[in-house]
Design a binder for this molecule. Structure first.
Ligand code: F6P
Length: 320
Protein backbone atom coordinates (compact mmCIF):
# COMPACT_ATOMS: atom_id res chain seq x y z
CA UNK A 1 0.00 0.00 0.00
CA UNK A 2 1.65 3.22 -1.12
CA UNK A 3 -1.11 5.68 -2.03
CA UNK A 4 -4.53 6.21 -0.46
CA UNK A 5 -7.23 8.28 -2.12
CA UNK A 6 -10.07 9.93 -0.20
CA UNK A 7 -13.35 11.45 -1.34
CA UNK A 8 -16.39 12.99 0.31
CA UNK A 9 -19.57 12.12 -1.52
CA UNK A 10 -23.32 12.81 -1.38
CA UNK A 11 -25.01 15.17 1.07
CA UNK A 12 -22.35 16.84 3.20
CA UNK A 13 -22.32 16.21 6.95
CA UNK A 14 -20.58 18.02 9.82
CA UNK A 15 -17.52 15.98 10.72
CA UNK A 16 -16.48 15.14 7.16
CA UNK A 17 -13.48 17.44 7.57
CA UNK A 18 -12.56 15.70 10.82
CA UNK A 19 -12.63 12.43 8.87
CA UNK A 20 -10.47 13.83 6.03
CA UNK A 21 -7.99 15.13 8.63
CA UNK A 22 -7.81 11.78 10.42
CA UNK A 23 -7.42 9.72 7.23
CA UNK A 24 -4.64 12.03 6.06
CA UNK A 25 -2.67 12.09 9.29
CA UNK A 26 -3.09 8.39 10.08
CA UNK A 27 -2.16 7.32 6.53
CA UNK A 28 0.79 9.74 6.44
CA UNK A 29 2.02 8.33 9.77
CA UNK A 30 2.15 4.92 8.05
CA UNK A 31 4.15 6.39 5.18
CA UNK A 32 1.32 6.52 2.63
CA UNK A 33 0.81 9.30 0.10
CA UNK A 34 -2.73 10.72 0.36
CA UNK A 35 -4.66 12.13 -2.59
CA UNK A 36 -7.86 14.07 -1.99
CA UNK A 37 -10.20 13.77 -4.98
CA UNK A 38 -12.51 16.76 -5.31
CA UNK A 39 -16.31 16.92 -5.64
CA UNK A 40 -16.97 13.29 -4.77
CA UNK A 41 -17.19 10.78 -7.61
CA UNK A 42 -16.86 13.65 -10.13
CA UNK A 43 -13.25 14.12 -8.99
CA UNK A 44 -12.50 10.47 -9.71
CA UNK A 45 -14.13 10.58 -13.14
CA UNK A 46 -12.30 13.79 -14.12
CA UNK A 47 -9.13 12.94 -12.15
CA UNK A 48 -9.26 16.12 -10.06
CA UNK A 49 -7.22 15.65 -6.91
CA UNK A 50 -4.78 17.37 -4.59
CA UNK A 51 -2.02 16.04 -2.36
CA UNK A 52 -3.10 15.97 1.28
CA UNK A 53 -0.42 16.28 3.95
CA UNK A 54 -0.59 16.48 7.77
CA UNK A 55 -0.11 20.23 7.43
CA UNK A 56 -2.72 20.73 4.73
CA UNK A 57 -5.44 19.36 7.00
CA UNK A 58 -4.57 21.56 9.96
CA UNK A 59 -7.30 23.74 11.46
CA UNK A 60 -10.24 21.89 9.87
CA UNK A 61 -11.47 19.52 12.60
CA UNK A 62 -13.93 22.17 13.78
CA UNK A 63 -15.21 23.13 10.31
CA UNK A 64 -18.53 21.95 8.91
CA UNK A 65 -18.76 21.05 5.24
CA UNK A 66 -15.86 19.39 3.37
CA UNK A 67 -12.64 20.95 2.09
CA UNK A 68 -12.74 18.43 -0.77
CA UNK A 69 -16.23 19.58 -1.80
CA UNK A 70 -18.85 16.95 -2.61
CA UNK A 71 -21.47 16.21 -5.24
CA UNK A 72 -24.31 13.92 -6.18
CA UNK A 73 -22.77 12.55 -9.33
CA UNK A 74 -25.15 11.21 -12.00
CA UNK A 75 -22.07 10.35 -14.08
CA UNK A 76 -21.30 7.65 -11.59
CA UNK A 77 -24.50 5.86 -12.46
CA UNK A 78 -23.06 5.01 -15.90
CA UNK A 79 -20.73 2.14 -16.77
CA UNK A 80 -18.56 4.64 -18.63
CA UNK A 81 -18.21 6.89 -15.58
CA UNK A 82 -17.26 4.01 -13.31
CA UNK A 83 -14.74 2.73 -15.84
CA UNK A 84 -13.12 6.17 -16.11
CA UNK A 85 -12.85 6.39 -12.33
CA UNK A 86 -11.31 2.92 -12.15
CA UNK A 87 -8.80 3.79 -14.87
CA UNK A 88 -7.84 7.04 -13.13
CA UNK A 89 -7.19 5.22 -9.85
CA UNK A 90 -4.81 2.89 -11.67
CA UNK A 91 -3.16 5.78 -13.55
CA UNK A 92 -2.62 7.60 -10.24
CA UNK A 93 -1.22 4.44 -8.61
CA UNK A 94 -3.91 4.57 -5.94
CA UNK A 95 -3.91 1.35 -3.91
CA UNK A 96 -6.75 2.13 -1.52
CA UNK A 97 -9.73 4.52 -1.51
CA UNK A 98 -11.66 5.88 1.48
CA UNK A 99 -15.22 6.95 0.59
CA UNK A 100 -16.71 9.30 3.20
CA UNK A 101 -20.45 9.48 2.62
CA UNK A 102 -23.86 7.84 3.01
CA UNK A 103 -25.68 4.84 1.63
CA UNK A 104 -25.96 6.32 -1.87
CA UNK A 105 -22.17 6.82 -2.01
CA UNK A 106 -21.60 3.25 -0.84
CA UNK A 107 -23.72 1.94 -3.69
CA UNK A 108 -21.34 3.78 -6.03
CA UNK A 109 -18.38 2.34 -4.11
CA UNK A 110 -19.79 -1.17 -4.58
CA UNK A 111 -20.11 -0.63 -8.35
CA UNK A 112 -16.54 0.71 -8.49
CA UNK A 113 -15.21 -2.21 -6.44
CA UNK A 114 -16.47 -4.53 -9.18
CA UNK A 115 -14.39 -2.66 -11.79
CA UNK A 116 -11.07 -2.35 -9.96
CA UNK A 117 -8.69 -4.14 -7.59
CA UNK A 118 -8.22 -0.91 -5.65
CA UNK A 119 -9.25 -1.58 -2.04
CA UNK A 120 -12.29 0.51 -1.07
CA UNK A 121 -13.44 1.34 2.46
CA UNK A 122 -16.56 3.35 3.37
CA UNK A 123 -16.75 5.80 6.29
CA UNK A 124 -20.43 6.47 7.14
CA UNK A 125 -21.01 10.22 7.19
CA UNK A 126 -24.56 11.50 6.67
CA UNK A 127 -27.01 13.45 8.80
CA UNK A 128 -29.68 10.85 7.95
CA UNK A 129 -28.03 8.12 10.07
CA UNK A 130 -29.46 5.56 7.64
CA UNK A 131 -26.41 3.41 6.92
CA UNK A 132 -26.93 -0.27 7.63
CA UNK A 133 -24.11 -1.58 9.82
CA UNK A 134 -23.54 1.53 11.89
CA UNK A 135 -25.63 2.58 14.88
CA UNK A 136 -24.57 6.14 14.22
CA UNK A 137 -23.04 8.13 11.38
CA UNK A 138 -20.69 11.10 11.35
CA UNK A 139 -22.79 14.29 11.36
CA UNK A 140 -25.97 12.82 12.82
CA UNK A 141 -25.33 14.11 16.37
CA UNK A 142 -24.52 17.57 15.04
CA UNK A 143 -27.69 17.72 12.92
CA UNK A 144 -29.79 16.54 15.86
CA UNK A 145 -28.38 19.27 18.08
CA UNK A 146 -28.87 21.91 15.39
CA UNK A 147 -32.52 20.98 14.96
CA UNK A 148 -33.12 20.71 18.72
CA UNK A 149 -31.69 24.20 19.28
CA UNK A 150 -33.98 25.62 16.55
CA UNK A 151 -37.08 23.83 17.83
CA UNK A 152 -36.50 24.89 21.43
CA UNK A 153 -36.76 28.47 20.10
CA UNK A 154 -39.93 27.63 18.20
CA UNK A 155 -41.39 26.13 21.39
CA UNK A 156 -41.04 29.57 23.04
CA UNK A 157 -43.24 31.31 20.47
CA UNK A 158 -45.63 28.36 20.26
CA UNK A 159 -46.29 28.70 24.00
CA UNK A 160 -46.56 32.49 23.85
CA UNK A 161 -49.16 32.40 21.07
CA UNK A 162 -50.77 29.11 22.06
CA UNK A 163 -50.01 27.78 18.60
CA UNK A 164 -49.23 24.33 17.21
CA UNK A 165 -46.14 24.18 14.99
CA UNK A 166 -45.44 21.58 12.34
CA UNK A 167 -41.64 21.56 12.14
CA UNK A 168 -40.09 19.86 9.12
CA UNK A 169 -36.64 18.34 9.55
CA UNK A 170 -34.46 16.56 7.00
CA UNK A 171 -34.81 12.89 6.11
CA UNK A 172 -36.18 12.27 2.61
CA UNK A 173 -36.38 8.49 2.97
CA UNK A 174 -35.78 7.67 6.63
CA UNK A 175 -36.95 9.05 9.96
CA UNK A 176 -33.93 8.58 12.25
CA UNK A 177 -33.32 12.32 12.47
CA UNK A 178 -37.00 13.21 13.01
CA UNK A 179 -37.44 10.49 15.64
CA UNK A 180 -34.41 11.48 17.70
CA UNK A 181 -35.16 15.20 17.38
CA UNK A 182 -38.84 14.68 18.21
CA UNK A 183 -38.03 12.67 21.30
CA UNK A 184 -35.49 15.19 22.54
CA UNK A 185 -37.61 18.30 22.03
CA UNK A 186 -40.65 16.69 23.64
CA UNK A 187 -42.71 16.74 20.45
CA UNK A 188 -46.38 15.87 20.91
CA UNK A 189 -46.41 14.12 17.51
CA UNK A 190 -43.56 12.70 15.38
CA UNK A 191 -44.13 11.87 11.71
CA UNK A 192 -41.64 9.64 9.90
CA UNK A 193 -41.64 8.03 6.42
CA UNK A 194 -41.64 4.53 7.93
CA UNK A 195 -45.09 5.01 9.48
CA UNK A 196 -48.12 6.12 7.40
CA UNK A 197 -49.56 9.49 8.48
CA UNK A 198 -53.10 9.19 9.91
CA UNK A 199 -54.46 12.73 10.00
CA UNK A 200 -57.41 11.75 12.22
CA UNK A 201 -54.95 10.61 14.90
CA UNK A 202 -53.17 13.96 14.74
CA UNK A 203 -56.45 15.87 14.96
CA UNK A 204 -57.45 13.82 18.00
CA UNK A 205 -54.12 14.42 19.77
CA UNK A 206 -54.25 18.18 19.17
CA UNK A 207 -57.89 18.42 20.36
CA UNK A 208 -57.29 16.22 23.43
CA UNK A 209 -54.25 18.31 24.40
CA UNK A 210 -56.26 21.53 24.01
CA UNK A 211 -59.07 20.09 26.13
CA UNK A 212 -56.62 19.46 28.97
CA UNK A 213 -55.20 22.96 28.69
CA UNK A 214 -52.18 22.17 26.49
CA UNK A 215 -52.98 24.66 23.72
CA UNK A 216 -49.50 24.80 22.13
CA UNK A 217 -47.60 21.93 20.60
CA UNK A 218 -44.74 20.77 18.37
CA UNK A 219 -45.23 18.24 15.60
CA UNK A 220 -41.87 17.11 14.17
CA UNK A 221 -42.16 15.78 10.61
CA UNK A 222 -39.44 14.28 8.42
CA UNK A 223 -39.53 15.89 4.97
CA UNK A 224 -40.16 12.45 3.52
CA UNK A 225 -43.69 12.18 4.99
CA UNK A 226 -45.03 14.48 2.30
CA UNK A 227 -46.44 18.00 1.99
CA UNK A 228 -45.94 19.42 5.46
CA UNK A 229 -47.65 22.69 4.49
CA UNK A 230 -50.81 20.75 3.60
CA UNK A 231 -50.53 18.79 6.86
CA UNK A 232 -50.33 22.05 8.85
CA UNK A 233 -53.32 23.51 7.00
CA UNK A 234 -55.43 20.39 7.52
CA UNK A 235 -54.67 20.37 11.26
CA UNK A 236 -55.76 24.01 11.56
CA UNK A 237 -59.00 23.40 9.61
CA UNK A 238 -59.90 20.24 11.56
CA UNK A 239 -58.95 21.22 15.09
CA UNK A 240 -59.51 24.97 15.36
CA UNK A 241 -55.95 25.36 16.63
CA UNK A 242 -53.76 28.11 15.20
CA UNK A 243 -51.10 26.18 13.26
CA UNK A 244 -47.86 27.35 11.67
CA UNK A 245 -45.22 25.53 9.60
CA UNK A 246 -41.49 25.98 10.22
CA UNK A 247 -38.80 24.27 8.12
CA UNK A 248 -35.42 23.82 9.80
CA UNK A 249 -33.82 23.14 6.41
CA UNK A 250 -30.18 23.07 5.36
CA UNK A 251 -28.83 24.44 8.61
CA UNK A 252 -28.95 20.78 9.69
CA UNK A 253 -26.26 19.99 7.14
CA UNK A 254 -23.77 22.61 8.38
CA UNK A 255 -22.22 24.04 11.47
CA UNK A 256 -19.22 23.09 13.53
CA UNK A 257 -19.34 19.34 14.26
CA UNK A 258 -20.05 18.32 17.84
CA UNK A 259 -17.39 16.46 19.80
CA UNK A 260 -19.40 13.31 19.19
CA UNK A 261 -19.30 13.75 15.41
CA UNK A 262 -15.57 14.52 15.54
CA UNK A 263 -14.92 11.46 17.69
CA UNK A 264 -16.81 9.13 15.33
CA UNK A 265 -14.99 10.66 12.34
CA UNK A 266 -11.61 10.00 13.95
CA UNK A 267 -12.43 6.46 15.09
CA UNK A 268 -13.96 5.48 11.74
CA UNK A 269 -10.97 6.93 9.85
CA UNK A 270 -8.58 5.01 12.09
CA UNK A 271 -10.38 1.74 11.37
CA UNK A 272 -10.51 2.51 7.63
CA UNK A 273 -6.77 3.25 7.36
CA UNK A 274 -5.87 0.18 9.42
CA UNK A 275 -8.05 -2.02 7.19
CA UNK A 276 -6.33 -0.64 4.07
CA UNK A 277 -2.91 -1.10 5.68
CA UNK A 278 -3.80 -4.77 6.19
CA UNK A 279 -4.94 -5.03 2.55
CA UNK A 280 -8.62 -5.34 3.40
CA UNK A 281 -11.24 -3.70 1.21
CA UNK A 282 -14.85 -3.76 -0.02
CA UNK A 283 -16.25 -2.91 3.40
CA UNK A 284 -17.78 -0.10 5.45
CA UNK A 285 -16.67 0.71 8.98
CA UNK A 286 -19.31 1.43 11.61
CA UNK A 287 -20.30 1.65 15.25
CA UNK A 288 -22.02 -1.49 16.51
CA UNK A 289 -23.10 -1.61 20.16
CA UNK A 290 -20.27 0.70 21.16
CA UNK A 291 -17.61 -1.12 19.15
CA UNK A 292 -15.96 0.01 15.90
CA UNK A 293 -16.55 -2.79 13.39
CA UNK A 294 -16.74 -3.27 9.64
CA UNK A 295 -19.16 -5.07 7.34
CA UNK A 296 -19.07 -5.79 3.64
CA UNK A 297 -20.12 -3.19 1.10
CA UNK A 298 -22.49 -5.81 -0.31
CA UNK A 299 -24.28 -6.17 3.02
CA UNK A 300 -24.48 -2.44 3.71
CA UNK A 301 -25.96 -1.82 0.27
CA UNK A 302 -28.42 -4.69 0.35
CA UNK A 303 -29.96 -4.19 3.81
CA UNK A 304 -32.25 -1.51 5.21
CA UNK A 305 -31.23 -0.17 8.62
CA UNK A 306 -33.99 -1.01 11.14
CA UNK A 307 -35.65 1.85 12.98
CA UNK A 308 -37.02 1.27 16.50
CA UNK A 309 -40.60 2.51 16.19
CA UNK A 310 -41.12 1.75 19.93
CA UNK A 311 -39.49 5.14 20.45
CA UNK A 312 -42.59 6.70 18.89
CA UNK A 313 -44.79 5.43 21.74
CA UNK A 314 -42.14 6.43 24.27
CA UNK A 315 -42.20 9.95 22.82
CA UNK A 316 -46.04 10.01 22.90
CA UNK A 317 -46.12 9.03 26.58
CA UNK A 318 -43.38 11.48 27.50
CA UNK A 319 -45.30 14.30 25.78
CA UNK A 320 -48.66 13.78 27.50
O1 F6P B 1 -28.85 12.88 2.62
C1 F6P B 1 -28.86 13.97 3.47
C2 F6P B 1 -29.94 14.93 3.06
O2 F6P B 1 -29.78 16.11 3.77
C3 F6P B 1 -31.35 14.42 3.26
O3 F6P B 1 -31.77 14.47 4.61
C4 F6P B 1 -32.10 15.38 2.39
O4 F6P B 1 -33.37 14.89 2.03
C5 F6P B 1 -31.18 15.44 1.18
O5 F6P B 1 -29.86 15.24 1.66
C6 F6P B 1 -31.24 16.76 0.44
O6 F6P B 1 -30.51 16.57 -0.76
P1 F6P B 1 -29.83 17.81 -1.52
O7 F6P B 1 -28.70 18.29 -0.69
O8 F6P B 1 -29.37 17.20 -2.83
O9 F6P B 1 -30.90 18.85 -1.68
Amino acid sequence: MKTIGVITSGGDAPGMNAAIRAVTRLASALGFRVLGFERGWEGLINNLFRLLTPRSVGGIIQLGGTILLTSRCPGFKTREGIRRAADNLVADNVDGLVVIGGEGSFRGALELSRETDVLIIGVPATIDNDVYGSDETVGFDTAVNTAVAEIDKIRDTAISHERVFVVEVMGRRRGFLALTVGLTVGAEVILIPEVPVHMENIFRTVKENAAKGKRSGIIVAAEGVGDTRRIAEEIEVNTGAEVRLSIVGYAQRGGSPTARSRLLASLFANEAVNLLASNAGKCVVGLQKGEIKSISLEETCSREKPLDTRLLSLARTLAT
